[in-house]
Design a protein around this ligand. Structure first.
Ligand code: ATP
Ligand code: MG
Length: 594
């Protein structure tokens, strides 16, 4: 099990949403609700049995892009609260805006939520819903508001409306259309619906208070005209509801109890409450109505989460697609090797607070290391290969001998078994494990020094070979007899350094991609800077490596620790048997810590 992370600087934020839900459950605020088995109006739910879900939350993405780590936070919060309190979380596609949605995004969102470990099947039904299925009710509710004198058709131009709204210091002024009778408004609204008016010619507005200190209550727009084809409803509608009108209704029809959103919607809450209260009073919805709660957005250092910016990274080919392993999309993180457990641990560990938070990227990496440490099998790989020639091999072992070696797949998990590989007269070592003139404190290979080849034998360096430019092309060493790991007396020869290696005769060639952060600055857009100025030129380095023969059957998405190097994953799209391709998930320690 992953330990919950402790953000280094801030104390662990609490989760005020849990307190609210616990208080609600204790006082039974939601216990008398009925649920009609599917979304519907007040009468539909009233006719159903008691709601089997103690609470209902929802995750309401707009299917207009790929989900990112900020959405993952919201998913973990909404599905997690429902799971923890005997509730149900709905997946709702907020597709009230025609023209923008695409099937590609719908499929990707479904897959991402599942991959994170959440589902929407509960009490024998699937709670996956489409906001556009509620257009009929939304229209009926709008007519009811018009008839009750709570909404009117405004035919001012967009500029006139904006000017009349006033601002923080000035009250708004009433539209000349505000005094129309309900009958006039109803007739005009139906003309809007019937396609008799052009885009932008009129809107339906709530009639609330043009002098309200909350500008969102100065007669907000409920419907606009848009002659556009919708993926679900086709050409049936040419008027579409505004998000602020649609969202509370979607929640109410689905019997949502706790509608959790990010802080920027705080100013919308009075309208959310006003609307649902009016519709309940008009008999269209049941009470108690859903309640909206706002929590602070999650921002990660070194990461950009705006959909628009992520799209720019893809379109400008700064990255290689939405699932590029450097992208903070759920698909990118998955390809990079992140585990769903580590993302959930990060989300749980950051709780829910009333202010936006900046989380240090190292916290997420810490969750990942905590999770992988116990899970990932070990293997050896040489990422910057240099040959090491064991010059006395034949003398010690005889011609053509290969010495069999074994190593645990995981040091704490014997049940994972042993890896097997051979040691022969020539092996690959890391170039930086040799120094002709060793710097102070260097305990690895240099002439005259002894090191252990991990799980193998002790060798003593005797020198190196160089090319015409003076570059080292091979290291030379002698095997020290009777030092094989695991044999009696192997430790009689003391060494201060142990190095990883793979044997030239049985190593597999592999492509290894060393990924790193996409930006060099923790807040790439601080002070209005263009994020393109702080791209990390080292965010992707491709190396040709040698890996242990035990990895010949590795399946895509297998996560491993290459000893001394970090955690790696077999790429889920490009890795193939015979052509291994591993991505570096993260190094063993935080290499960015100052
Ligand atoms: P973007 O601004 O990147 O386009 P969005 O919020 O418009 O994102 P939606 O598809 O509407 O995208 O988001 C679905 C849900 O995810 C919303 O409830 C939203 O509040 C939540 N969400 C999005 N980003 C974050 C974040 N950084 N932290 C927490 N929740 C988030
Ligand atoms: Mg949105």
């Amino acid at each position: 099990m992953a330990k919950p992370p402790t953000p280094p600087e801030a104390p662990k934020p609490g989760n005020f949403l849990r307190s609210i839900i616990e208080r609600d459950l204790e006082s039974g605020s939601w216990s008398a609700r009925h649920f009609g088995g599917s979304p519907g109006d007040g009468a539909h739910h009233r006719a159903g049995p008691a709601d089997p879900a103690k609470i209902r939350t929802r995750f309401p993405p707009e299917p207009n892009g790929y989900l990112h780590v900020g959405h993952a936070k919201s998913i973990c919060l909404n599905f997690g609260l429902a799971r923890d309190y005997g509730g149900v979380c709905h997946l709702r596609f907020d597709d009230t805006n025609p023209e923008k949605e695409e099937q590609e995004y719908v499929d990707a969102i479904i897959e991402a939520v599942h991959w994170l470990g959440f589902g929407w099947e509960a009490n024998g039904s699937s709670h996956l819903y489409w906001a556009s299925d509620y257009f009929d009710f939304m229209y009926r509710a709008a007519e009811a508001l018009v008839e009750a004198g709570l909404a009117y058709v405004d035919e001012q131009s967009a500029e006139e409306m904006r000017a009349a709204r006033g601002d923080f210091n000035t009250a708004g002024t009433a539209s000349p259309f505000r005094g129309r009778t309900p009958a006039e408004n109803l007739a005009r609204f139906r003309e809007m619906r019937d396609g008799r008016l052009a885009d932008g010619a009129a809107v339906l507005r709530a009639k609330i208070d043009m002098a309200s200190p909350n500008i969102n209550l100065r007669d907000p727009t409920l419907y606009r005209i848009k002659h556009a084809t919708h993926h679900n409803t086709g050409d049936r509608w040419c008027i579409y509801p505004m998000y602020t009108y649609a969202h509370p209704i979607e929640d109410a029809l689905e019997n949502i109890t706790h509608s959790i959103c990010t802080l920027e919607f705080e100013d919308q809450r009075p309208f959310y409450d006003w609307l649902l209260d009016q519709l309940a009073t008009l008999g269209l919805l049941e009470r108690p109505c859903p309640r909206q709660y706002e929590f602070g957005r999650l921002n990660l250092s070194y990461v950009i989460t705006s959909k628009r910016r992520l799209r720019a990274l893809v379109d400008e080919k700064i990255v290689e697609g939405w699932d590029d392993p450097r992208m903070p999309t759920i698909f990118g993180m998955r390809r990079r090797g992140y585990t769903p457990e580590s993302i959930r641990a990060m989300a749980d560990g950051t709780g829910a607070s009333k202010s936006n938070i900046w989380l240090d990227y190292s916290v997420l990496e810490g969750c990942l290391r905590d999770d992988l440490e116990g899970k990932a099998a070990r293997a050896m790989a040489v990422l910057d290969p240099l040959p090491l020639k064991l010059v006395n091999w034949t003398e010690v072992f005889g011609t053509g001998h290969i010495e069999p070696c074994r190593a645990p797949a995981h040091p704490q998990r014997p049940e994972l078994g042993q890896r097997r590989f051979g040691l022969g007269p020539e092996v690959w070592i890391e170039r930086d494990d040799f120094a002709e003139a060793p710097p102070k404190g260097f305990f690895r290979l240099f002439p005259g020094n002894k090191v252990r080849l991990k799980y193998g034998v002790v060798v003593e360096c005797t020198g190196c070979e160089k090319d015409a430019q003076g570059r080292v092309t091979a290291v030379l060493a002698k095997v020290v007899p009777d030092t094989k790991s695991g044999t009696p007396g192997a430790d009689a020869v003391k060494v201060r350094g142990t190095i990883t290696w793979v044997a030239a005769h049985d190593a597999l060639a592999a492509t290894v991609v060393l990924y790193d952060r996409l930006f060099t600055e923790a807040q790439p857009e601080a002070g209005g800077r263009d994020f393109r100025e702080v791209l990390n030129p080292q965010s992707k380095q491709v190396v040709q490596a040698w890996i242990e023969p035990s990895l010949s059957e590795t399946a895509p998405e297998t996560r491993l620790q290459f000893e001394r190097h970090g955690y790696f994953v077999a790429d889920r799209t490009l890795h193939q048997p015979g052509q291994p391709l591993f991505n570096r998930i993260t190094t063993l320690r935080d290499s960015w810590a100052k």
